[in-house]
Design a binder for this molecule. Structure first.
Ligand SMILES: *Cc1c(COP(=O)(O)O)cnc(C)c1O
Length: 231
């Protein structure tokens, strides 16, 4: 078994265990394999290992890899900061954008997209200045302003936990996001079903699953880092 298959098996075991602890079905959690730190060749191996939902955080990476793989063989998730002038580069490849947080980007999507784009609104749950995302009390007003947009659907909320070893803090940020997601879901807005929670990365995906994550974004734990040896 190669290194990637080993890592995949280990991650799958940990996902299953977290689902068991939380009384959840494994099928309720989708894994987005974050390929931002690896080459197109190594991304091919990730796809061969069975991952079809892939994440990139820079337009360049998305454009290069997005045009490499046949359409419909993989689904690209854009997880990085979006600048409005780059929306036109992202749209041809990204099925899902996890990091919507400004009206100018929303308008670019509305004006340029040729189909409905599923978006997560990024939330700064830790209120760290260094983290991007809307403040918690900005989220609902922002989503309400998108009501008339026809090419953009808010499918959920996304966050990144603060950089800390303190599990209680990480858990609390995920719980805060889950609470907000349920509140917005309960509004039953047509343009914002908001059923999903994109949270959890290599270091904290088990906590995220326990707190309700539907999409976890796994990079280094799956693919290693480019400097850190082979797949
Ligand atoms: C890089 C990145 C990830 C994956 O991080 P790992 O710690 O390598 O798993 C997830 N989400 C976002 C937004 C990222 O930029």
């Amino acid at each position: 078994m190669n290194e990637l298959d080993k890592r995949k098996r280990e991650i799958e075991e940990r996902i299953q265990a977290a689902c068991d602890r939380a009384g959840r079905e494994r099928s309720s959690v989708q894994v987005i394999a974050v390929t931002k730190s690896i080459s197109t060749e190594r991304t091919e191996e990730v796809v061969r290992a069975g991952y079809v939902q892939l994440g990139e955080n820079r337009p360049e990476g998305l454009m290069e890899k997005g045009s490499h793989f046949p359409e419909q063989s993989v689904e690209w998730h854009f997880i990085g900061n979006v600048q409005s002038r780059r929306v036109k580069d992202i749209l041809p490849h990204a099925q899902v954008i996890h990091s919507l947080q400004t009206m100018s980007v929303a308008k670019q999507i509305e004006n340029r997209a040729e189909r409905v784009i599923d978006c997560f609104v990024q939330v700064n749950t830790s209120e760290e200045d260094s983290k991007s995302g809307l403040a918690i009390d900005e989220v609902k007003p922002f989503i309400e302003q998108l009501q008339s947009f026809e090419r953009l659907r808010v499918v959920g909320l996304m966050t990144m936990a603060p950089f800390t070893e303190d599990e209680a803090i990480i858990r609390q940020t995920f719980r805060t996001l889950a609470t907000l997601q349920r509140e917005i879901e309960a509004l039953q807005l047509q343009h914002a079903p908001c059923h999903f929670l994109s949270m959890g990365m290599s270091n904290d995906f088990e906590i995220a699953i326990e707190e309700g994550a539907t999409h976890i974004r796994i990079g280094t734990a799956l693919v290693g880092s480019e400097s850190g040896g082979s797949l």
